[in-house]
Design a protein. Structure first.
Length: 262
């Protein structure tokens, strides 16, 4: 990921970082969010999870309750996974970090000098000016969790309607769609500049789920990008619709327990 670049930069210039800044700058990037979500899908790729105990669970409870159990498992797994990423980045940068809720000199150098862009470290000036490290890391955590939940719901739905092959394909397609709509790639493909570049950036911010999960691609009172609140509401509504379709499908889903030894 990008964590090593932030740590090397701070070591090179002899500056300190706020404890959560390495996580913030690493996962303030859409590509890092996409890669981390794909790794999580390796854990959740077999959803719905059918075990030798599943027939007994279905006898003792309804199929909807079984789906809610799957949902709870995905939520807890995703939260633990993202928490692990947060802890690891904190441990990696602990030797040069402090815990105060104030942006470091390292972030100021990366953001205001333009060095962050040169070393592909997405240090957002908007984030520096409009938020604090604690608020920023909380919002990034929530957005990543919702995006992981969104991706897993799509895979769950396709696994039920088609098979696990199409579940994996659906996740890849959604991520590639989000990556294609990233401002940098969009600008290079269509050679945009000026007002067109700004409009394309705003459109990409609204239309791409991956950009909706990227912290700096939001409105901090200075542009027409979606606000973080709007992104959270959109994710919750879409995830709710996906699980409504999942519950509708699971009523007629034919379970196979051959591999489970039943």
């Amino acid at each position: 990921m990008l964590s090593n670049r932030a740590i090397d930069f701070a070591d090179k210039y002899g500056t300190y970082t706020q404890l959560f800044e390495v996580f913030i700058w690493t996962f303030g990037d859409s590509s890092s969010i996409m890669l981390s979500s794909l790794l999580l899908m390796l854990l959740l790729g077999d959803i719905p999870f059918v075990t030798p105990a599943t027939p007994y669970q279905l006898v003792r409870s309804s199929r909807i309750e079984w789906v809610l159990g799957q949902l709870l498992y995905v939520f807890i797994s995703s939260a633990i996974y993202i928490s692990y990423l947060l802890v690891i980045t904190c441990v990696l940068s602990a030797h040069i970090s402090y815990i105060g809720n104030k942006w470091s000199k390292t972030s100021a150098l990366l953001g205001y000098s333009g060095v962050g862009r040169k070393i592909a470290l997405p240090t957002s000036v908007k984030a520096l000016e409009m938020s604090s490290p604690y608020a920023c890391v909380l919002m990034i955590f929530v957005l990543m969790l919702l995006y992981a939940f969104f991706i897993s719901a799509i895979m769950f739905l396709f696994n039920l309607y088609r098979n696990k092959y199409w579940g994996v394909v659906s996740v890849i397609v959604v991520n590639m769609y989000g990556l294609f709509l990233s401002p940098g790639i969009f600008k290079k493909i269509f050679h945009l500049s000026g007002a067109l570049e700004y409009r394309a950036n705003v459109a990409a911010g609204w239309l791409s789920p991956l950009n909706q999960a990227t912290y700096y691609m939001h409105n901090f009172g200075t542009d027409y990008l979606p606000s973080i609140t709007i992104s959270i509401v959109l994710f919750v509504v879409i995830i709710g619709l996906l699980y409504f379709l999942i519950c509708k499908r699971v009523r007629k889903y034919e379970f196979s327990f051959i591999q489970a030894g039943v």
